[in-house]
Design a protein around this ligand. Sequence first.
Ligand code: UDX
Length: 438
Amino acid sequence: MNKPAISVVGLGFVGLSLALVNAKKGFFTVAIDNNEEKIKKNSSGKTPFYEPLLDSYLHYSIKSKMIHFTRDLHEILNTDITFVTVGTPPSKQGEIDLSQLKSVTNDLAKILKEKKKRHLVVIKSTVVPETTKIISKRFKNTNVGILVNPEFLREGSGIHDLLKPHLIVIGEENKKDGDALERYYLDFYEKPPEILRTSTTTAELIKYANNAFLATKISFINSIANICQNIPDSDVNTIAHAIGKDTRIGPLFLKAGPGFGGSCLPKDILGLIKFSEKFKDANILFKAVRQVNQNQPYRILEIMKEMGVLQRGKRVSILGLAFKNDTDDIRESVSIKLVNVLLKKGLDIRVHDPMALGNFRVLFGDKITYCTKIEECLEKSECCILLTDWKQYKKLRRINFIKKMKDVNIIDARRVLDQSKFQELNFRAIGLGSKIYR
Ligand code: UDX
């Protein structure tokens, strides 16, 4: 059986990763985006953002001629399955903005009108329940099947997650189209994961439920951390380890920190709050999860105040700007909120990040100092905040701080430092969620 040809519309993090993995797996892939610069960059072998493995996948796909980048949506006609991965960012009011999705699916319906052979349009963008039902009406007089197939990729491990997903969800309007998409996945994976077949609406809600649960776990453990913060000799990491041993709870997503950021969890929890506003009491929990997350960065400010460093003119070093490690993405990153507050208070801010300095500079220009080396960032500093769990920060030892800082005050918001190496010191190092090493 011939492999189906694939098209991917919208080359953000999900779309580009998906297109490249398909090409690598031997599916001819047409990768489409309306941004000319993105198409030019990708075609010349340059990825527009940092993501592990993406570069090598791009080079391979171009070399093997299994990928074709274009702005022309009509080129979907040379393919059998179109994955729609356009952005659904939050609107000003917090509901998701479906304008890109509406516009693309409108165009797709027009282009596919005359196509005789069955074509699948698969929505991968995150959309609120029942969106696909509405979109589907546009394809009424065409030979097109509409499906929902949510994606659970994490930035920083997108390629890995595509190659080894924990589950494939197929939301379908009819069995035949669901079967066709399932056949593609059976061909894609040597050892296919569980494939769950469901309605389009359930599939849409699965994505929200998944992200809302992850967000809930994080806000839960951050709430425990906030208790620990106030009681000597208690430690949130040990508590997370203990409760994670209970298989009903599980160990993942229980790492206390400065709060969750990124392009998905904050957007989706707010999207779910807005969507369920009309149903009585449906969003009480989600509102609390969001509230905890919004307050979390203030824990850092409280510690700074306690340390006596939240004062005009004090020099502060921030290690880590990306919303998590292994990405240059700063969307909804706590670093932005924190730097804004510190700037208002008149502190002298130095920042370091292995990947995200360029993106941060676009936001803050010459208001702060950007350092490509950790030592440079710590120079004469009076407070250091570790904000992202990059692996290079885990290697830092007492001496690295002592040698460079004017006053050694450390706030380890990610608990990346080896606590045993920071005890019994005559300087102050505090991990969020612990009073132990101070
Ligand atoms: C998330 C979902 O994990 C993924 O399934 C979905 O497809 C997209 O949204 P991503 O945004 O890449 O992925 O990041 P994720 O790894 O989930 O982390 C989100 C935020 O939570 C980060 O700021 C991270 O540092 C924080 N986090 C995560 C914690 O603070 N503690 C944890 O235990 C885990």
